[in-house]
Design a protein. Structure first.
Length: 354
């Protein structure tokens, strides 16, 4: 039985891992998201509409599992909701049921949301304040939001947005301009509180658009947004793109992101060989095959696989999920992941020989 004891805070080991310094064990980013509702026995709808429950769920999950990042939201739909899209809140991930921009001519009528007043953005800021007061400097606190491309799709509707991408590129650029402008005030508010921003662009995935479309429509606005965040925060945000992103890894690094979070669909070792000398990597334990469908031993084996591919990345590596932690993940598999990180992810340890 292991007698290993942690000797660093989450913040300390994360900084160490991203700067090539020794750490007690590899940092773990779980993308806990709505799973936190399960830890406090409430529905996702209840959790997502209460600042107190948002904070309570994330704090309970952190204490129970010991992940190295607390991630509060507002997720892929929060900015679009604040603009005017309406959401449904099943006991799972929220989704858009009514889009703010039904007619292209109405774009000029939309207003950049106020993070202190519009949609649920004030709830996320309030929850952030509660969490920061509780954890202090022990663990990084981050709020993940959709990037400009995905935000625009959730304002317009993904099907219409992708059709407009081909038929009316000028309109798309106008919409992306508005989406970028809508994210920036929220990002500034979050950073001003002492938390971080993470960006996710699932609609910019290689499964939906071509690399050429990514470079023309997604990348310029990502670059602008990341530059603003880096200037205000003093460090660039992370960037997650779902699905097979292998054809745009170089472009993702060009965005200025400090960390690329990779879907489990791609090979972590291949990503390391392509962009590992340019950007840190996070990934990419399989959310469904390992965390939901697997056993603790399946999870441990997947962790060892990821560590063997990621540890030693020139710009740093953090063990993480290929996407958000599914809400139906058995708790024993989360504990298995954290135990494997402590056993196989110690500084100087080859996970293949432990």
């Amino acid at each position: 039985m292991s007698t290993f004891k942690e000797t660093m805070t989450s913040r300390e080991r994360t900084v160490a891992a991203l700067s090539g310094q020794p750490y007690d064990r590899i940092p773990v980013l779980l993308l806990m998201s709505d799973y936190a509702a399960r830890t406090i026995g409430v529905t996702v709808g209840e959790y997502q509409t209460s600042a107190a429950l948002l904070a309570a769920g994330q704090l309970k999950a952190w204490r129970e599992y010991g992940m190295d990042l607390i991630n509060i939201g507002p997720g892929l739909t929060g900015i679009a909701e604040a603009v005017g899209s309406r959401l449904a809140f099943p006991d799972n991930t929220a989704y858009v049921i009514d889009y703010a921009l039904k007619e292209k001519r109405d774009l000029d009528r939309l207003s950049v949301p106020d993070p202190q007043a519009d949609g649920r953005l004030p709830l996320f800021l309030e929850a952030t304040g509660i969490v920061l007061k509780e954890v202090g400097n022990q663990v990084p606190v981050s709020l993940t939001t959709a990037g400009p491309f995905t935000t625009a799709a959730n304002i317009r509707g993904t099907e219409h947005f992708l059709r407009d991408l081909r038929r009316d590129p000028d309109f798309i650029h106008r919409l992306l301009r508005f989406a970028t402008d809508s994210i920036i005030p929220f990002a500034r508010a979050v950073i001003g509180m002492g938390a971080r921003i993470g960006l996710a662009e699932p609609v910019a995935s290689g499964t939906l658009i071509s690399p050429a479309q990514f470079r023309e429509f997604a990348l310029p606005y990502l670059k602008e947004l990341i530059a603003v965040i880096a200037e205000v925060a003093g460090a660039p945000p992370s960037l997650h793109i779902c699905g097979n992103s292998s054809r745009i890894w170089w472009d993702m690094a060009d965005s200025g992101a400090g960390v690329l979070s990779l879907d489990d669909e791609v090979d972590l070792a291949e990503a390391r060989s392509v962009v590992g000398d340019r950007v840190a990597l996070v990934g990419n334990v399989r959310p469904t095959a390992s965390m939901v469908m697997g056993t603790p031993e399946t999870v441990r084996a997947n962790v060892r696989e990821c560590l063997a591919k990621g540890v030693g990345n020139p710009k740093g590596y953090i063990l993480g999920m290929g996407c958000a932690l599914p809400i139906n993940t058995p708790p024993e598999n989360i504990h298995a992941l954290m135990a494997a990180a402590r056993e196989y992810g110690r500084w100087g340890v080859d996970p293949g020989t432990v």
